[in-house]
Design a protein around this ligand. Structure first.
Ligand code: FE2
Length: 259
């Protein structure tokens, strides 16, 4: 399991909630959490298509429409073949995997830990195959967003006041960096190349306040547990390695001695 201190390192949890929570964005640049999800895992995920939990493709028709995998035909969207999905990726469309919490254990571990401090969370994976892939237009979210960068680079624009297009900060983040965006802050992303980032976002707990701060225990969480399905295979006795006489050994001066 991961702890909130490891997630926010080097910022301690008290400083985070007093100085940043609901107020200020926070950038933590470090080489961590690259294993949350990567292009290799995405390749495995997309090869399971259409038998995947969810998938969205941004601007799939070049008219800014977001395509959603619509298994229950509620959204009246066309069903794309696996080859069509593949061609859209190769063309440069950005993909979103919403509800990815259970796609990899490190993701659900972060949800469990942060849900001690926040309300129920959700994990979305955002991936772009090349430079110029379109992303979402500027927007704000009704959640506290933790953005873990795992592949490539992403240019972020954070707005102080979106109506007047007043920019607070423009920053390029890379794999291993974490960005926290407080609830309600306007933002947009641009991809200078292939990239992947994971958004793990949470609503605030009801009546959560600094002077009456509620931290719940892991056992209070009713989220589905991650079980370890690995069978208990008895450990085999280690065999003694066979010593091989390799070329390097034979060529040592000892063996070259003339007797
Ligand atoms: Fe957002």
């Amino acid at each position: 399991m991961v702890t909130i201190n490891e997630i926010l390192d080097p910022i301690d949890v008290g400083t985070f909630f007093k100085e940043y929570w609901k107020k200020k964005h926070l950038v933590i640049r470090r080489n961590k959490f690259k294993n949350l999800f990567n292009f290799k895992l995405l390749d495995t995920y997309l090869n399971k298509y259409p038998h995947v939990r969810s998938l969205q493709i941004l601007d799939y028709d070049d008219k800014d429409t977001r395509w959603c995998l619509d298994k229950h035909k509620k959204l009246k969207q066309p069903m794309l073949s696996k080859q069509e999905v593949y061609e859209l990726w190769r063309k440069g469309k950005s993909f979103v995997i919403p509800f990815a919490d259970y796609e990899h254990k490190p993701l659900v571990d972060i949800c469990f830990e942060l849900e001690r401090y926040f309300s129920h969370g959700q994990c979305n994976i955002y991936a772009s195959p090349k430079a110029g892939s379109k992303s979402f237009p500027p927007h704000k979210d009704g959640t506290e967003n933790f953005l873990f960068h795992t592949e490539g680079r992403v240019k972020w624009t954070l707005y102080k006041d979106f109506d007047n297009k007043e920019i607070l900060e423009e920053i390029t983040l890379e794999a291993g960096d974490l960005l926290y965006i407080p609830i309600g802050m306007w933002h947009k992303v641009d991809a200078p190349g292939a990239r992947m980032l994971i958004s793990i976002h949470f609503a605030n707990k009801k009546d959560q306040a600094l002077d009456k701060f509620n931290i719940s225990s892991l056992s209070e969480n009713n989220r589905n547990k991650w079980y370890n399905w690995l069978p208990d295979v008895p450990k085999q006795k280690k065999k003694r390695p066979v010593r091989l006489m390799n070329k390097a050994r034979w060529s040592k001066p000892y063996f070259n001695k003339k007797i």
